[in-house]
Design a protein around this ligand. Sequence first.
Ligand code: LMR
Length: 331
Amino acid sequence: MKKAKILFLSLLVMVLSLAFASASLAGPIVIKFSHVVAEKTPKGQMAIKFKELVEKRLPGKVEVEVFPNSQLFGDNKVLEAMLLGDVQLAAPSLSKFKKYTKVLQLYDLPFLFKDMDAVGRFQQGPFGQKMLHSLESKGLLGLGYLHNGLKQLSCNSPLRVPADCKNKKFRIMSSDVLAAQFEAVGAMPLKKPFSEVFTLLQTKAIDGQENTWTNIYSKKFYEVQPYITESNHGLLDYMVVTSAQFWKGLPADIRAEVKKCLDEAIAYGNELSAKMAIADKEKIIASKRSKVITLTPEEREQWVKAMKPVWKKFENQIGKEYIDAAIAANK
Ligand code: LMR
């Protein structure tokens, strides 16, 4: 009887240590978060906050590895890599999903949103929320929107009116709407990865580019662009995405906690984006490396008139009801 008890206990110890060994071999779930911007940007800070929250609330269960500055993937590769399971989280700009869906082209329409509050209202409304599901047939899930802000135009010559862009080469993100926007003012758009922009500007292979204050500051574009026109002509925001296979494969309790951390990190990043846009613009002005041009209402109106016809070209691909809902969010 005693022998049997000893045998049973040894077996139990063996089973338990095997279970323990295989659990520790399996290790924590690793979430690789790849992005292209610097750490001192709304997206860079949001990613760091997400890592901190997850590792505090799910210690030993989930680890987050953040790869900024296109260290792991550029935006032209990251979604393919995600579908292959090589990265679990990314937040590409809304301009970079054209291979996967057409509806997100809405966010590139020039002069669509009057300010970031209007953007927020639209994104949180029924149309904006529906758009988060627009990638599902391709195996990707939109988990939320993250703000960067409104774009400005930088160039090696002053841009006051659309005619100043004539025959100038501008780097754009991989978006047909942005190509049409620059063609509408007689410029030559070139689709190039974010990681190449500084060198293209520095070597004068291109004349200008469009971006937000935080990207212009953190990537030092202002050091190689003598003029920045405060045009606020378009939006640069992000969709935080993951692969459906990875997300649905997470244990339900872990998935719920990770989503909570993500929502909090996004709220943090969004709050920061407004503050950083103001602060980085001030830093650029103070540097005196680049002159910031403020448009008169009449000059701005000329840009609106030249660029807005682009809307009509993309109306069928996007859906008029989405454009109408975005316009309504301005009120
Ligand atoms: C760009 O390519 O200019 C931006 O999408 C970079 C970013 O992620 O903000």
